[in-house]
Write a protein that binds this ligand. Structure first.
Ligand SMILES: C[S@@+](CC[C@H](N)C(=O)[O-])C[C@H]1O[C@@H](n2cnc3c(N)ncnc32)[C@H](O)[C@@H]1O
Length: 290
């Protein structure tokens, strides 16, 4: 591996750094139920702030952008309320799908870790808009939130660079919420999108022979096992020139560990590229042993 992964790190902005100070203080002084109410409201306010500043920045400069950038930014504005990844994760999902469309890489789009569906919807919308024909999409999730991390996820007492530890059941998006976004709000075709509900440990190995070629594999399951299982099962299906996105590379220790081990053990001759917020992606080399 030509490792460029030292560049892929997570640097919280001013608000993120402030939150890391103020949230533990609030947690110490408030009752658990009051803290949850305050935390949820602050989280919502911050999402709103991000949406407003992104909308302002992109709309005021739209005149100077080409059509593809305008489309990417319009999709990002529409989908920001449905993602935990923020605008850089959405724009990266658009760019990676755009790349496989331009290079006519054969295969479907797969995401493991969908939550409320923001990045999944971005990939489906992008393929429908830029591709000759929209690709089939398979979106895997428990649709019950995160499982517990395992020992492989921890460095000391922490499993990642969070303001708050991610408890079992957090990052929840239900299958009803995701269906509503994809099929009702965005009117994407039901015949092209399959939502697979269950733990990756059960669902992913069952599907590896069913899916055929994959053009984009987006991994957003946070933990070691949730990254390792889809990599091991689905990587052989990825077409040469296809892409793998690891959303949590620099933010979840187990996700980085699973990715580095996989690339190293399989001697994959590629390099990781940053998405600008701690996520990483790579292209499957054309001469691949796997
Ligand atoms: C950070 S969220 C995904 C964020 C999403 N891509 C977005 O745009 O906001 C992580 C998701 O992975 C799912 N997940 C993690 N590990 C899993 C596993 N082993 N099996 C099934 N789902 C899992 C959780 O249910 C959760 O919805």
């Amino acid at each position: 591996m030509k490792a460029q992964n030292d560049e892929i790190n997570y640097k919280p902005g001013l608000v993120g750094r402030f939150a890391r100070i103020i949230i533990p203080v609030l947690q110490n002084f408030l009752t658990p139920s009051l803290f949850k109410r305050v935390y949820d409201n602050l989280y919502w306010l911050n999402k709103r702030r991000i949406w407003l500043s992104y909308s302002l920045a992109t709309k005021t400069t739209a005149l100077f952008k080409d059509d593809e950038v305008k489309t990417k930014q319009a999709f990002t504005r529409k989908l920001l309320p449905y993602t935990m990844g923020g605008w850089k994760a959405l724009e990266n999902a658009f760019d990676v799908v755009s790349l496989v469309e331009k290079n006519s890489v054969p295969g479907i789009i797969v995401e493991c870790g969908v939550a409320e569906g923001g990045t999944a919807a971005m990939m489906a919308l992008t393929s429908r808009t830029l591709g000759e024909e929209s690709r089939d999409c398979w979106f895997f999730d428990s649709y019950e939130g995160l499982p517990e991390p395992t020992v492989e996820d921890y460095q000391g007492a922490k499993a990642g660079e969070y303001v708050q530890p991610l408890a079992e059941g957090s990052c929840l998006g239900t299958i009803e919420q995701v269906s509503e976004l994809l099929f009702d709000k965005l009117q994407l075709p039901k015949s092209k999108i399959t939502l697979v509900k269950g733990w990756f440990q059960d669902t992913v190995p069952l599907h590896k022979d069913k899916l055929g070629n994959i053009a984009v594999l987006r991994l957003d399951g946070d933990w070691y096992e949730s990254t390792k299982i889809p990599l091991e099962n689905f990587y052989p299906n990825i077409s040469p020139g296809g892409c793998v996105i690891i959303d949590d590379y620099a933010t979840c220790f187990g996700s980085k560990k699973a990715t580095d081990e996989f690339i190293e053990n399989n001697k994959i001759d590629t390099f990781l590229r940053p998405d600008g917020r701690g996520g990483a992606w790579f292209v499957k080399p054309t001469q691949s042993q796997n």
